[in-house]
Ligand binder design. Sequence first.
Ligand SMILES: [Zn+2]
Length: 91
Amino acid sequence: MQNYGTKNLPLKNNAMECVICKNGTTRKGKVTVTLERGGSVTVIKEVPAQVCQNCGEYYLDAEMTEEVLKRAEHAVSKGVEFEVINMDKVA
Ligand SMILES: [Zn+2]
C-alpha cells in the first residue's frame, strides 16, 4: 500500500517514463489510494491511474487527484475515522 504524496504528479492519460525508478513505463490500471487527514483515514479503491510496470509507483491525473482529495476532505468533515470508498461503485 502506498501513501498519496506530492510525488504523484498530475499527468495525462498517456504512458510515460516513471520518474521514480526511471526504468519503467506506466500503463493504465487501478490503484488503492490511502489518505490520512486530521485523524481520518480514507481508503479509496479502484482509482484509475497510470501504474509503473517496473516499481509499481502510480500517478493520478489532475482530475482524479482532485476527486480523491475531495472525498478525503468530505470524510474528515463528517468526522469519520476510517472510510473505504470504491470508485467503481460511486463513479
Ligand atoms: Zn517505476
